[in-house]
Design a protein around this ligand. Sequence first.
Ligand code: AMP
Length: 399
Amino acid sequence: MKILVINCGSSSIKFQLLEMTSEKLLAKGQIERIGMDGSLLKIRGKHEYVIEIKRTIKDHRTGINLILESLTDANYGVIQSLQEIDCVGHRVVHGGEKFKEAVVITGEVLKTISSCITIAPLHNPVNLEGIKICLELFPDMQQVAVFDTAFHQTIPETAYLYGLPYELYIKYGIRRYGFHGISHQYVTHKVAQKMGRKVEDLKIITCHLGNGASIDAVKNGRSIDTSMGFTPLEGLVMGTRSGEIDPAIIPFIMEQEDMTGRQVYRYLNNKSGILGLSGLSSDFRDLESAARVGDRRAQLAIDVFAYQVKKYIGSYVVTMGGVDAIVFTAGLGENSPYMREQICDGLEVIGAKLDLEKNKVQGKNTKISRTDSNVELWTVLTNEELMIARETQRLYEVH
Ligand code: AMP
């Protein structure tokens, strides 16, 4: 069977077409800059190379139609007709407390995703739009929603409640939800498979370190704590996001810089993080290059990030009562030996010893710890689309 995976962002759509159960990737690509100048579609279909199609893509509807056109294109497409697609899986960022796992999309499910818009105003509307467009295009096809929050629904109350009046949790659902759950779940299973062990027998810390970054404590296959919170702004310092700060800083900035609450929120999301700390870039590649030639603030931003990752790892070792494996994934985690070295420096205290030679890898699923390390260190390539396809197939078979 063929499963189309759709991941709608505010100005982008990522997609993959997979043959299941073999998990063979037939085509993948993305649409960028929706509604902006220079919008385009990139696809790797029939050929090994990526094809770029520059078009005016004014909205997500135009984007999804273009994806479907490209999948059936006579030159580089991979299917003859759209009828070959059996099922569509959608990534949805926020499932609130209602969705503890992926679900087949029904009218009721759409209403519930919609009700989560108040707590995920940046993400859920666009996810919902993508689903509605696909339901119109394929009215008779089963479609599935896979949530970024669902994997974290096993986090206990003690870890998800904030020190706020309990009524706010009851009234508005203010609590830690956690994000990147599809990725944390995927790499958890992948590393267990690589270790030749069952997830149920392992304590794993997964470090999803990309432009957005989060860490997860996975005990016996269940997420028991994670660094992102009510929104993806909490936790680690990120590309442009501040991560956790003293909440008193918010009214302070509002007064001192004459900003509204909304403006400070945007400032914390878009102008902070390693971009704000370094004054240079939100991309760790730029910071690593600048630090090599002596840029102090670039080095500082790297050091702050590595320190925070280490701090989370330490706390999760304690909350889980030990750790068997630490996994690095996403853009930075998979590709930066330097950052992994900075993070692992000092982890000997928990029995984790990095092998500096083995660590010299990029883009591989591989063990990077020394043979005498009690904790296994791994780099694992995340694949959120494959995880979505697996969940979509699982539900297809059940229904
Ligand atoms: P992601 O959000 O998972 O796509 O990760 C993107 C981020 O990964 C970029 O912004 C970079 O900061 C980081 N990254 C990707 N490749 C490298 C690399 N070779 N060295 C350092 N950082 C990298």
